[in-house]
Ligand binder design. Structure first.
Ligand SMILES: CC(C)(COP(=O)(O)OP(=O)(O)OC[C@H]1O[C@@H](n2cnc3c(N)ncnc32)[C@H](O)[C@@H]1OP(=O)(O)O)[C@@H](O)C(=O)NCCC(=O)NCCS
Length: 383
């Protein structure tokens, strides 16, 4: 964007930066205090003391559940966790090289017509809440079984005893995951659940605001999340860390990268100009995990990158940076990192879709036309 155009159109903000596009009661990002709250609760408290199911309930129903509400919500999630065979048939038909983000996007498309509320009008709030719960319940099953399918393995049945984090880990590996792995996964799902008007959430709201259906909003969200400037950054961050390899190579690597004006994946944020609150908590968790596993090389690489980025650019890690090496230490394949983000963020997308539809207005901004005008039409034979 040239300076002349921004001068000429003072109301134009490239990338909608700083533009207020809605009013929401779902989450609040406070950039100065590096804080993130979901419906008034600090995410650190939710991640440390609660469960992802509590967070999902908070986002969808607007309140933290009491014990009986939580038990009933968990039971519904368990009852809804299975997936129609047609979803697996479709995933089996995809090339084995299909990225798991494309698999989960496809899975939701196939799933939509099987929803018992498929025929309900887009504005039927009660039906949308039921759909949202089904969407949240099935995400982990579809990502994990999609992973099995691309390895030529058969999908596994979810174990009704498992919560969302445990279900995903169990189906992904076919083995009972250790308690610490479940705990870290659960906390990361809470941290990834919701984040205001980020690109994928905004895209989801744009879709449902046309009175298209909730599943289409989710599919839109997944497509938007996939890019490396958004959710795809956690995968790119891990590839970068592995490319660096060992802490003794980190300083030269980052010096080179900055010299070459490279974007450092997992750093920077449109909303946080100081620290990303989620990264503060997850860095602590990821480093503890490294110590526990006797492998502190990623935490050591992270320290060098973080210090250099802070000193030279005043840019800090975002949630995707510690999430990347935490997931790696948990033994999760790199291309499942962004799909894990989906397992969490379907709760935030759904909450936003419900909010949008309860007070809907078509989202339709303007653009400035800067192209040619009033050209005479030249017949094809004369061009
Ligand atoms: C997230 C992101 C897209 C936000 O971008 P933004 O608000 O549009 O900010 P910009 O990309 O315009 O960056 C502003 C400046 O900071 C620099 N910058 C921002 N993030 C950077 C990064 N990760 N590495 C190096 N420089 C970075 C830009 O180069 C730019 O510098 P300049 O003004 O000298 O050109 C950006 O920080 C980024 O691309 N990060 C890497 C991808 C990532 O981790 N995404 C996940 C976000 S949760």
């Amino acid at each position: 964007m040239s300076a002349t155009l921004t001068d000429k159109y003072p109301n134009y903000s490239p990338g909608l930066e700083g533009v207020i596009a809605g009013i929401s009661t779902i989450s609040e990002i406070d950039s100065d205090r590096s804080s993130l709250q979901y419906r008034g609760y600090d995410v650190h408290d939710l991640a440390e003391h609660g469960s992802f199911e509590e967070t999902a309930h908070l986002l969808i129903y607007g309140k933290l559940p009491n014990a009986s509400e939580l038990a009933s919500f968990k039971k519904t999630l368990t009852d809804e966790r299975d997936v129609p065979e047609a979803v697996y048939t479709a995933l089996k038909a995809l090339p084995k090289t299909t990225h798991p983000m494309d698999m989960i996007r496809t899975a939701y498309s196939v799933l939509a017509p099987f929803d018992p509320d498929y025929a309900a009008p887009a504005t039927d709030d009660a039906a949308n809440v039921r759909k949202a719960v089904r969407i949240i319940a099935k995400a982990g099953t579809m990502v994990a079984n999609g992973h099995r399918i691309r390895q030529g393995l058969e999908p596994l049945k979810p174990n009704p005893e498992h919560g969302i984090a445990e279900n995903f880990l169990y189906l992904m590996s076919g083995e009972q995951p250790p308690a610490k792995t479940i705990e870290v996964m659960d906390a990361s799902l809470t941290l990834y659940a919701e984040h205001g008007y980020n690109a994928s959430t905004f895209a989801c709201r744009v879709t449902v605001a046309t009175l298209s259906d909730l599943y289409s909003g989710i599919v839109t969200g997944i497509g938007t999340l996939h890019g490396p400037l958004h959710g795809g950054a956690n995968e790119e961050a891990m590839k970068m860390i592995l490319d660096i390899g060992t802490p003794d190579k980190a300083q030269a690597w980052i010096d080179d990268a900055l010299e070459g004006k490279k974007k450092i994946m997992g750093f920077g944020h449109r909303e946080y100009k100081k620290r990303d609150s989620r990264a503060i908590y997850l860095t602590k968790v990821a480093k503890e995990l490294g110590v526990e596993k006797g492998d502190t090389r990623f935490g050591d690489i992270a320290d060098i990158l973080e210090k250099t980025m802070e000193d030279r650019k005043s840019i800090y890690p975002n949630v995707d940076f510690p999430a990347a090496y935490a997931y790696y230490l948990l033994g999760i394949p790199i291309d499942l990192y962004t799909p894990i983000f989906v397992i969490a963020r379907v709760s935030g997308w759904s909450a936003h879709a419900l909010e949008q539809l309860r007070n809907n207005r078509l989202i339709r901004p303007k653009c400035i036309y800067e192209g040619a005008a009033n050209l005479p039409y030249v017949p094809l034979a004369q061009r």
